[in-house]
Design a protein around this ligand. Structure first.
Ligand SMILES: [Fe+2]
Length: 189
């Protein structure tokens, strides 16, 4: 169990960019449980987005193009580095399908995330950027997300294969303390 804590004097927000956990590993986390110990008076909600719905919103042509692509996922990508300067995951990198089939539901979903995905396999970052940026923007569209409002003792349990999350950093000067358990996952296919 890991403590996820933001103290009143902290300004950085751990993981403060849309992401799926540990996609820089060969076998990223299957899911996670997050338990609220100390919750700010106001703010500190977590957004979750549904990656099946994001995939379904794309045109058939785009779905087919993405379906044949692999992508590089990097622990030390610039977008996430800014949210955790003391990262111990330096150098970790994994290649995963851009569209993965969920092992339980057998449904396809979009499996790239702004925090870790840097480029398509076989393409440069510059070549990949226009399409990745388009997709990152799509992922942030509010229609695909819900917003979880914490209370002391709340427990969130998410499927890290099928959704992404974003912790809001709107409670400066307040304490937020959570406990997290990550569940082992399988290799995305
Ligand atoms: Fe996370």
């Amino acid at each position: 169990m890991v403590e996820v804590i933001k103290r009143p004097e902290d300004t950085l927000n751990f993981g403060g960019v849309w992401h799926s956990d540990t996609t820089y590993l060969e076998t990223p986390a299957m899911g996670a449980l997050l338990y609220g110990v100390d919750i700010p008076e106001q703010g500190g909600d977590t957004m979750f987005t549904n990656m099946y719905n994001v995939f379904d919103s794309l045109s058939a042509g785009m779905q087919s193009f993405l379906g044949s692509q692999m992508a590089i996922n990097d622990a030390d990508n610039e977008a996430i580095r800014a949210t955790r300067p003391l990262s111990t995951n330096k150098g970790l990198r994994a290649t995963h399908p851009v569209v993965r089939t969920h092992p339980v539901t057998k449904r396809p979903l979009l499996y790239i995330n702004k925090a870790h995905t840097t480029r398509f396999a076989g393409m440069s970052e510059r070549e990949s950027a226009p399409i990745l940026d388009f997709l990152f923007e799509r992922i942030m569209q509010p229609e695909f997300s819900c917003r979880f409002q914490w209370q002391r003792g709340s427990l969130a349990f998410w499927d890290n294969r099928a959704c992404q999350h974003y912790p809001l950093n709107d409670y400066q000067g307040e304490l937020r303390k959570m406990l997290r358990v990550s569940l082992a996952g399988d290799k995305p296919r």
